[in-house]
Design a binder for this molecule. Structure first.
Ligand code: SD4
Length: 342
């Protein structure tokens, strides 16, 4: 096996390297122009989620309704161990969910470290629409959800419990890149697979933007850990005048750089979505060269429906859906080859 240090030995701080894509085959081709309305989301499992969103968008529905309906698909999918029910638990065996949502008016809602509720995205929407707050966390979020009529359920499935018990044998926390692809039917249960998220951005027929992001976070995390996904500006940001951005990967890196807000602000300054995503990833690597061993991917769309993405490592991909194609999966551009084993 190639030593990962051999692959990655060049200095991360060299701007020339940072500006170079992982290989000629994935050389930047620029942004993808979507037809409006449209919906885009992270990872190949975004295809099924996009279809649910498209059912609303194609009938003239609101982007907010579309993104909520869209991300509820992986939240309910028992094959997906990183979003919603069946998500892998924290190191103590508790499934704790993070989610956020933003609408075209700049309204935002989120829940963090919430237990026992299968659709955190809908609770995040209820926080946005029915409270004067933006974020509810932990027990309070669960209590609010139950008051709102959500059902309290055990979210740890026997399969996820088995994977956790397997993990306990070594109890080593080491996030693995691109597990989103592997954990969705392509990998084996257990092992080091421990993160995954769906971030979704949509523009409706009126040209309005909304976004949603939902995850069970990093598997085997310390109890109480919250990632980027429910943090407005980190895992998700939408500005109806400019565009939207969402992230996947190691949330700590995204939180430290307020990544999705940064991507939108860079688009405001004139960058294309892909350029903005690339610069936001570059910012992480400049501050913390060791982040090259991790994965972070950004996905962005601007008001015109141009879509771009960038990641630290190869292996990130995203799903696109509009009138012309409902199941397109696009490999994300990246600065580095995937670390061996990923
Ligand atoms: C988190 N960003 O909790 C999420 C996990 C993720 O791909 O996206 N994994 O840090």
């Amino acid at each position: 096996m190639t030593d990962r240090r051999t692959i990655l030995k060049a200095s991360l701080l060299a701007p020339a390297l940072l500006a170079r894509p992982a290989s000629a085959a994935t050389a930047a081709k620029g942004d993808i122009q979507m037809k409006l309305p449209c919906v885009v989301s992270t990872w190949p499992f975004g295809v099924a989620a996009n279809k649910a969103a498209w059912a609303i968008l194609s009938k003239g529905g609101r982007a907010l309704d579309a993104v909520e309906a869209g991300v509820k698909i992986p939240e309910a999918d028992l094959r997906n161990h990183t979003v919603g029910r069946a998500g892998y638990p924290d190191r103590d065996g508790h499934v704790t969910l993070d989610a956020s949502i933003m609408d075209e008016h700049g309204n935002a809602g989120s829940v963090a470290a919430m237990e026992y509720i299968a659709h955190p995205i809908s609770v995040a929407r209820a926080v946005m629409e029915k409270t004067p707050h933006v974020m509810l966390a932990g027990e309070g979020a669960t209590k609010f959800a139950i008051e709102q009529g959500f059902k309290r359920e055990e979210l740890l499935t026997p399969e996820s419990k088995k994977a956790w018990q397997e993990w306990l044998k070594t109890a080593k926390y080491s996030p693995q890149a691109n597990i989103e692809t592997k954990s969705y039917g392509l990998g084996t249960p257990g092992g080091a697979k421990n993160h995954d998220t769906i971030g979704m951005l949509a523009i409706d027929a009126k040209g309005n933007l909304s976004g949603a992001c939902t995850t069970s976070g990093m598997a085997w995390k310390v109890r109480g850990r919250v990632g980027d996904s429910p943090i407005i500006g980190a895992g998700l940001y939408v500005d109806n005048d400019i565009g939207g951005a969402t992230s996947t990967g190691v949330g700590e890196e995204v939180m430290r750089s307020v990544g999705s807000f940064l991507v939108v602000e860079l688009m405001r300054q004139g960058r294309s979505p892909q350029e903005a995503c690339k610069e936001a990833v570059e910012r992480i690597l400049k501050k913390k060269p060791d982040a090259k061993m991790e994965q972070v991917g950004y996905l962005a769309i601007n008001k015109k429906g141009e879509v771009g993405a960038w990641a630290i490592q190869k292996g990130f991909s995203y799903s696109l859906c509009d009138q012309t194609s409902q199941d397109r999966i696009v490999p994300g551009q990246a600065f580095f080859a995937a670390t061996p084993g990923n």
